[in-house]
Design a protein around this ligand. Structure first.
Ligand SMILES: Cc1cc2nc3c(=O)[nH]c(=O)nc-3n(C[C@H](O)[C@H](O)[C@H](O)COP(=O)(O)OP(=O)(O)OC[C@H]3O[C@@H](n4cnc5c(N)ncnc54)[C@H](O)[C@@H]3O)c2cc1C
Length: 366
C-alpha cells in the first residue's frame, strides 16, 4: 500500500524534499501550507522598492504543482500528534500520515520589550512585506528605524534609504555577523555614505507608538521595522515532539525527531564542524530538505546504510542597494563586493527559480 508522506510547509526545505520524492512509486504525497504559494523570502526586501510587486516573489502552488502528483491542503497546521500520527489543521480537520516532513520554518522572535510586538513590523512573509510597503509608500521622507543589523535589516536599510531617513539599531558593536569584519565594514561604509545612521552597541529597552529608546538614544520614528531574530513557532510546544530549550525540534543526525517524522529547513538546527550553529539560510534549508527527501526515499526501499548529511554553505551575499552588494562565495574562498556581488546575488535567485521549474516540470510565468 502507498505510504502517506505529508510535507508540512512548502518553503525552501519542503519543496526540495518533495522534489526528491516526486517519482517515488510507493508514496502518496501531500503538501500542507497555510499560504497559496511558495514565498521567495530572500527576494522580499527588494520588493520594498517603488514599483516592485510582492506578488512576483510568490510562486502559486496551483501553478507550480499542477503537473505533479502532489495533493495540496491549504490550511494552517495547529498541532501534531507524533504518537497517533496525525496533524490537525485550523479548520479542525485531522490529516493522518505514515511519514511527516516538518518544514514550517520559523517566525519573528520578539524579546520581552514592552510595545515591541505591538508597534514594530517584522519582515518574514509576503504579507509582512505588503504591510511595510503600505506604510513606507504613504509619503517620502519618513523616519524609519530598523532594529537589527543582520542580513535582513541591512538589506531593508539599503532599499529604503533613497526615499526615507533610515536608522539601524544593533545591540552588538558590528553589523552582519555572517560576514568577516572587513566585508561588514564595507557594508557599513557604503550604507553610511548613502545616508543610513547606525547606532551600534545600542540595546533596545523601550518602544512606544512614536519612539524607541536604544542605549543612550531616543529615536523618533514614523515606521519601526523589527529584524532582530527568528524562533520556532510557539504551537510546537503544545505537541509531543522532543524540543530543545529554545523550542526547536531535536532530531538525530538524519533529522528524524520521532519514528518516521523528520524536520528540515530553518527548524532543523545544525552545528558545523566547528560545533557552532550554522546560520539558517535558504541554501541550508534546500540542502536539508533534499537530504531528508532522499533519506525517506531510501528507507521506503530499505536501502541502507543511509547517507550522511554534509551541509555546505556555498556563499553568503548581501544586497546593498542601489546596485551593489557584499559577501563571499566558493565556500568562503572568495570575498566579493560592489556590482559583482549584487550581480551574483541576482544570479543565485535566478538559478533557484530555474531549479524549481525543472524539478516540478513547470514553466515560469513571464
Ligand atoms: C528578509 C529575509 C531575507 C533573507 N535572505 C536570505 C538570503 O539572501 N539568502 C539565504 O540563503 N537565506 C535568506 N533568508 C533566510 C531564508 O529565507 C530561510 O532560511 C528559508 O526561507 C528557510 O526555509 P524553510 O523551508 O525552513 O522555511 P520557509 O521558507 O519559511 O517556509 C516555511 C513554509 O511553511 C509554511 N507554514 C508556516 N507555518 C505553517 C503552518 N502552521 N501550517 C502550514 N504551513 C505553514 C509557510 O507558509 C512557508 O511556505 C532570508 C530571510 C529573511 C526573513
Amino acid at each position: 500500500m502507498a505510504q502517506r508522506i505529508v510535507v508540512a510547509g512548502g518553503g525552501y526545505a519542503g519543496l526540495a524534499a518533495l522534489a526528491k520524492l516526486l517519482n517515488e512509486p510507493g508514496a502518496r504525497l501531500t503538501l500542507v501550507d497555510s499560504e497559496p504559494g511558495h514565498t521567495l523570502i530572500p527576494e522580499l526586501p527588494e520588493a520594498l522598492s517603488p514599483g516592485k510587486q510582492v506578488s512576483r516573489r510568490v510562486v502559486s502552488y496551483d501553478h507550480l504543482l499542477k503537473d505533479a502528483r502532489v495533493s495540496r491542503i491549504a490550511d494552517a497546521i495547529v498541532s501534531i500528534n507524533c504518537a497517533q500520527r496525525w496533524l490537525s489543521l485550523g479548520s479542525g480537520e485531522q490529516v493522518a500520515f505514515d511519514w511527516l516532513i516538518l518544514a514550517v520554518g520559523t517566525v519573528p522572535a520578539f524579546p520581552h520589550i514592552a510595545g515591541l510586538q505591538k508597534f514594530a513590523l517584522p519582515l518574514k512573509s509576503a504579507k509582512d512585506t505588503e504591510r511595510i510597503k503600505r506604510h513606507i509608500d504613504r509619503r517620502a521622507n519618513q523616519t524609519v528605524v530598523i532594529v537589527g543589523g543582520g542580513l535582513t535589516g541591512i538589506e531593508i536599510a539599503g532599499v529604503l534609504v533613497s526615499r526615507h531617513r533610515v536608522s539601524v539599531v544593533e545591540g552588538s558593536t558590528r553589523l552582519l555577523p555572517g560576514l568577516g569584519p572587513g566585508l561588514a565594514a564595507y557594508a557599513h561604509r557604503r550604507l553610511e555614505t548613502a545616508g543610513v545612521h547606525f547606532h551600534l552597541g545600542s540595546q533596545l529597552s523601550e518602544v512606544t507608538a512614536d519612539h524607541v529608546i536604544a542605549g543612550e538614544h531616543r529615536l523618533n520614528y514614523d515606521v519601526l521595522i523589527w529584524a532582530g531574530g527568528i524562533e520556532p513557532p510557539g504551537w510546537l510546544r503544545d505537541t509531543d515532539l522532543p524540543l530543545d530549550s529554545q523550542g526547536y525540534p531535536v532530531g538525530d543526525d538524519t533529522g528524524e525527531v520521532a519514528d518516521q517524522i523528520y524536520v528540515a529547513g530553518d527548524l532543523w538546527r545544525i552545528r558545523g564542524y566547528d560545533k557552532r550553529w550554522i546560520p539558517q539560510t535558504a541554501q541550508l534549508a534546500e540542502q536539508a530538505g533534499a537530504y531528508v527527501g532522499t533519506v525517506i526515499g531510501r528507507r521506503l526501499h530499505h536501502d541502507y546504510p543511509l547517507p550522511t548529511f554534509h551541509p555546505r554553505l556555498r556563499g553568503m551575499l548581501v544586497a546593498l542597494n542601489p546596485g551593489k552588494g557584499v559577501g563571499w562565495v566558493y565556500h568562503g574562498g572568495l570575498a566579493v563586493q560592489g556590482y559583482s556581488a549584487r550581480w551574483m546575488k541576482r544570479m543565485v535567485f535566478r538559478q533557484y527559480r530555474r531549479g524549481l521549474a525543472r524539478a516540478f516540470g513547470h514553466v515560469w510565468p513571464k
